[in-house]
Design a protein. Structure first.
Length: 93
C-alpha cells in the first residue's frame, strides 16, 4: 500500500473534522451542565428568599401587635400582597 500526500491530506481533514465535531459536543455538554447547576442555584436562592420573607413578615406582625404604626403596616401589607401574588403565580404590578 502506497501512502501519498493526498491520502495524508484526506486523513488530516477527517481528523480535523472529527476534532471540531467532538469539541462542539463537549461545549454543548458543558453548557447544558452549567445551565442545570445555575437552575438549581436559582431555585435554592428563591427558597431561601421565601424563608426570609416569612421571617420578615413575622417580625413586622410582631411590631404591629406591639402597637407600631405607619411604615410597619404599609410594609406588612405590601409583603402580604407580594407573597400572595407569588403563591398564585401572578406577576406583581
Amino acid at each position: 500500500m502506497y501512502i501519498d500526500i493526498e491520502t495524508i491530506n484526506s486523513l488530516a481533514k477527517l481528523i480535523g473534522s472529527l476534532a471540531v465535531i467532538g469539541g462542539a459536543l463537549v461545549a454543548l455538554y458543558k453548557f447544558v451542565e452549567r445551565d442545570k447547576r445555575q437552575s438549581k442555584l436559582i431555585k435554592d436562592i428563591q427558597t431561601e428568599q421565601t424563608l426570609l420573607c416569612y421571617g420578615i413578615k413575622a417580625c413586622l406582625q410582631g411590631l404591629a401587635e406591639q402597637g407600631c404604626d405607619g411604615p410597619v403596616h404599609d410594609a406588612l401589607d405590601k409583603l402580604d400582597k407580594h407573597l400572595n401574588q407569588k403563591a398564585h403565580g401572578e406577576v406583581p404590578g
